[in-house]
Design a binder for this molecule. Structure first.
Ligand SMILES: Cc1ncc(COP(=O)(O)O)c(C=O)c1O
Length: 461
């Protein structure tokens, strides 16, 4: 051990020395180096071998060791890593399809976050400066989050402060809940079509995925019952309010049936409540969490959607032993969400600016949704929007049978419009050709222009 670290030190010194020498120049002999560094010949040989494996020197048996030509430095060889790592958990193709904000002149109709002008940017900037000046922002927060922020998430939903864990956003909450509430190798049931990030989260947690079809009223309950019986799964992922991508809202009747099934099979429901603050036509129904006294529902909230994605603040609500396990696991994960961002989030949720912002945001999104629907009707009469979303930010657009949505997505990109290929939202084969168009990241003029350009690349039907 000692000789190894000595060899590493000498290798570092020799590396510095050879950097000052000319390629082809001979290094002092092992005996000389041994004397110079007061180390055994074995240690010197170890140091030279280390340099040789980096391609910095070349040993020629019987002649000595020479500085290698600079270009000769060996390319790093990472092949061993794939063997050591085994199969990849998170599918890189699926992960690679994740959207990005778009660049330059691109019209962004596939990004599931708000355009800068819809974000409460002035408030965030002021709160950022103010929060950074407070000592609280630079000390450790409790692992569950700042108590006031936990209350700020709990109170509007009628939940308790103690039910809430402050989390670094919705995506992290999904992985965290799946990892903590199930063992690798277990099965997660999810409605389909659904948010592709949930499938990635399940993969990251080492879970198998079983897809259950959904329609305009949400997950099909008979199929859910069958799948629970067949898979013995104890985790169900749902977006009861305004599913991404379809806009479906779980009907009142099905809410009760889904909860009854969770009870019957002893399963958890991960309720992804991302769209709660983005209701457009009607108030959002209360979260499933409130309808379930027995701790089956674990609810995820995020500020990424109604405020700003870069804030990375959300919340997870749970009750009972599961809540206890989640709290413990948070400590193991990262101690706490950065207090600075918690302070900013708290400042935002606690200020009068928050309800004002939400009012303005909802009006802005409603205008955009209507503009997109109208433009689709005018420019793409062959398209159908089966569900007019009562909240959220996406239109789930059905195209005529036979439309190749992957080719269409590529053609749209060619004319500067980014859209979501519907295939990515199905866990199994798509039931029909769909695209997802998001109306939150573009202005009304851009939406209109984007849909017109999309129409120009649609195959004639
Ligand atoms: C349904 C749904 N859940 C969760 C998330 C993750 O959101 P966050 O940015 O808070 O991680 C997204 C983001 O696109 C989403 O669409």
């Amino acid at each position: 051990m000692e000789s190894n670290s000595r060899a590493t030190t000498i290798a570092e010194l020799l590396k510095q020395q050879t950097a000052l020498m000319e390629p082809g120049e001979k290094l002092p002999s092992v005996r000389e180096l041994s004397k110079r560094y007061a180390a055994s010949p074995v240690t010197i040989t170890q140091a030279i071998t280390a340099l040789s494996s980096l391609g910095l020197v070349r040993a020629e048996p019987g002649r000595g060791t020479f500085v290698a030509a600079r270009g000769e430095a060996a390319e790093p060889d990472y092949a061993w890593q794939s063997a050591a790592l085994g199969r990849t958990r998170v599918d890189p193709v699926r992960a690679g399809r994740f959207g990005a904000p778009g660049v330059g002149e691109q019209v962004q109709l596939s990004w599931g976050y708000l355009a800068p002008e819809l974000q409460p940017f002035d408030e965030l900037r002021t709160l950022g400066v103010r929060s950074a000046k407070s000592h609280r922002a630079w000390t450790m927060a409790p692992p569950m989050g700042l108590p006031e922020l936990r209350s700020a998430f709990a109170t509007p939903l009628g939940a308790e402060q103690g039910d809430v864990l402050v989390m670094p956003g919705g995506q992290q909450s999904l992985v965290f809940a799946m990892r903590t509430l199930a063992d690798p190798g277990a099965t997660l049931i999810t409605e389909s079509p659904s948010y592709p990030g949930a499938a990635l989260a399940a993969q990251a947690a080492g879970l198998h995925i079983a897809a259950v079809p959904a329609d305009a009223e949400g997950i099909v309950v008979e199929k859910l019952a069958e799948t629970l019986a067949r898979t013995h799964a104890t985790l169900i992922y749902l977006q009861p309010y305004c599913t991404n991508p379809s806009g479906a809202v779980l009907s009142a009747a099905r809410r009760g049936e889904v909860l009854a099934l969770a009870k019957q099979y002893g399963a958890f429901i991960i309720e992804d409540d991302w769209a709660r603050n983005l209701s457009l036509d009607a108030m959002a129904p209360p979260p499933l969490f409130l309808q379930d006294p027995h701790g089956h529902v674990v609810t995820i909230a995020t500020l990424s959607k109604p405020a700003a994605p870069g804030l990375r603040v959300g919340a997870l609500m749970a009750r009972g032993p599961a809540a206890e396990r989640l709290r413990t696991a948070r400590i193991a994960d990262d101690m706490c969400v950065p207090p600075l961002t918690q302070e900013i989030a708290l400042g935002l949720l606690a200020s009068n600016a928050w309800p004002r912002h939400l009012k303005r945001l909802r009006a802005g999104l409603l205008e955009r949704r209507n503009a997109m629907m109208a433009q689709l009707e005018a420019s793409v009469p062959s398209a159908r929007v089966p569900i007019t979303p009562s909240g959220g930010i996406h239109l789930w657009v059905r195209l005529p049978g036979g439309t190749d949505t992957t080719a269409l997505t590529a053609a749209a990109r060619e004319v500067g419009v980014l859209i979501g290929d519907g295939k990515h939202y199905f866990l199994d084969e798509p039931t029909a050709p769909y695209i997802r168009l998001s109306y939150s990241a573009a202005s009304i003029v851009e939406i209109q222009e984007g849909v017109r350009r999309l129409a120009s690349v649609l195959p004639a039907s």
